[in-house]
Design a protein around this ligand. Sequence first.
Ligand code: KG4
Ligand code: ZN
Length: 365
Amino acid sequence: MNLLTIETTCDETAAAVVTDRLEVLSSVVASQDKLHERFGGVVPEIASRAHVERVLPVIDEALRKANLKLADLDAVAVANTPGLAGSLLVGLTAAKSLCLACDLPLLAVNHLQAHIYACRLASGVDVFPCVGLVVSGGHSNLYRCAGPTDFSRLGGTIDDAAGEAFDKVASLLGLSYPGGPSIERAACGGDPRRHRFPRPLLDDPDRLDFSFSGLKTAVRYLVEKQGARSREQGAKKPRKSISDARLPAPNRVPSGWLPASAVADIAASFQEAVIDCLVGKSELALAKIGFHTLCVGGGVAANSRFRERLEVSAKSGHYTLHVPPLTLCTDNAVMGAIAIERFRAGLVEDLSLDIGPGPERAANQ
Ligand code: KG4
Ligand code: ZN
């Protein structure tokens, strides 16, 4: 079986061809990072227009790389939830059109479940049952994953997602978008113990939730305080700050006045605080559910310090850890192969399939 999968939930236009034996015949990802960079975050209108321009060329390229024609396909899968409405609609419309024109079955993909399924693809072994942690730009959720079509949400962020916190703090520090990789790079030379930022909810043994907005505010106060101090101390001309360039004058954050070493310490301390929360709650979920496997997915799982900390945790906690390679952590269409499991379970859609809720209403996804 040759499955074409389409992914347009946020700001990557992606398509892949995978077989029912989970062989990846092709994978194409057109990133929009450059389009959103100067805004410090994804602008939904720009994202959906870029998807419209790119979705057909990306599908064509995925078929060409797989050395297949439309007639060789056996099904089309599309991520229809959660995500930005305009973005989701582009992928869904493309998928439905192909199914209608080529008389192919249509399969639905939950983007968050697909992030966890990336662990199944990468490891080549059955990872279920497992606890799943999805940490991306829009979500930070923990799941009880009994099987590839049986997910239930255990908890998640009550405000910002982990990736969103990385993006916002990077902006405060004048680092480039997307914030995760920038913070990771800046943190390399910093001291993670220099600042003790809050770890909200971490000590609450009854909750499998996260909260990152207070942490972001704590960073903001520190940046303002330290920035003002170094300005008073006669710091030289400010470094060019990306956040400053975007903000109106009265709201400018004085991160440009911070020396690179101060930025590095803040980035490292912030990163460590986020990782403490993610690792701590994953351990708690494993203990509560009684599973012995943790699967981690989403863009934040590309963070090497996080991966390192997870490995240490798995070793000391005697559980099996799966984290995909970097290309399968950030958004891609290969992980849409989870649709093969739905096809096997008889979960085929008709052309009335709609998009699901966006991040803000996807509390139970
Ligand atoms: O899963 P993803 O590619 O898209 C969504 O579904 O949101 O995740 C994107 C998020 C962004 O917030 C980005 O800053 C974060 O993942 N990210 C990282 C790293 N690489 C990407 N966060 C921390 N460290 C990284 N190396
Ligand atoms: Zn994602």
